[in-house]
Ligand binder design. Sequence first.
Ligand SMILES: [Zn+2]
Length: 412
Amino acid sequence: MTRTAIDGERLLRDIEELNRLGAEPGPGTNRVAYSPADMAGRRLVADWLRELGFSVSKDEAGNVSAVLQGTADGLAPIALGSHTDTVPNGGPLDGTLGVAAAVACARALSASSTRLRHPLEIIDFAAEEATMGGGLLGSRALTGQLEEGFGAAPAWDGRPVSEHLAAAGLDWRGLAAARREPGSLAAYLELHIEQGASLDRSGIPVAVVPGIVGIRRYQVIFTGQANHAGTTPMDQRDDALVKAVPFVLDVERVGGELGLVATVGTFVVLPGASNVIPGRVELSFEIRSLDDRLLDRAEERLLRTAVQRGAQTDRVSAAAPVKSSTQVVSALEAACELLGYTHRLLPSGAGHDAMPMAAITESAMLFIPSRGGISHAPQEYSTPEQCVVGAEVLLAGLIELDTRLDLKTGGK
Ligand SMILES: [Zn+2]
């Protein structure tokens, strides 16, 4: 029996073949969810897995799922997955790497005639990118977390989401049927590019993700008095912009002091004319952290400061942090150690399919470096060697979990 090992060249060829679908209209990769290129990409993944003996199906949301039976009876599948849809003019690896690496794991097991005890499931999630409203559409459907009336929400091009689904032969009213029950999977693992520069800067080849940050967003409005910029003396002004600008610096300072990320992302000066003293400033800021208590502290300090500076504030949204499964994290760390790769723990600052999946199963992720931290752009890049390292750790983590979870269920 040959050793169970990733065929790196094949993995890179698979990624290239997938990215030939959606190479137009350039630049970058264009497999926007439910477009003909996206559907063709999913068919290619399905074909690969069918050839490897998996039974392949597509659910009501367009998620492609492929299952290979394990050797033990009565065990739930361990799932590997990510997504092959992209943003318009996106990069070659966001999502695509995770799916291609999952296929590479299946190829490695097949080439060495190794069977896991658990069934192995590979999922190519539909519409992960925020092109169809809020993003994570396929994984939210699969875990029963779709919001009411999502079909009417505008997609990236302004048309309703329901129209895009219909073009791909899917009915938005039927998506809830894709739902799976908690416990229907033994675990979920996802390899992804970091989409930040931490690993690239530190030279560490792989990170295990202890969780995905919570995100809270706020709107803040500063009101002054719009007036003539030429005839109003400096000591008689009520300038909304002059009140708002120090708050932008407060956001930056508090983020740094508390050790989380805090960003003013939109800033509108009204009425917005060079000869009018600003009468109103509308800004939005967000804070992100894996630690809910830190989010509470940052929120309390920043809203208090905004009010002291005379603003009205409103919390627009709050998504709680999602912690990874400690069991899966420790299996992935063991996999890094087994292969001799330096690794670190690194929370994800972006949303991923692993986030909704945590609601129904033990879930965790792996990151490899993104050059310069760039993603969602044609310049998105990780070296071929980095991609292969990610797939190797994914495979070792899968095999580790197959043993560990089996012990937990009584060594069946
Ligand atoms: Zn992604």
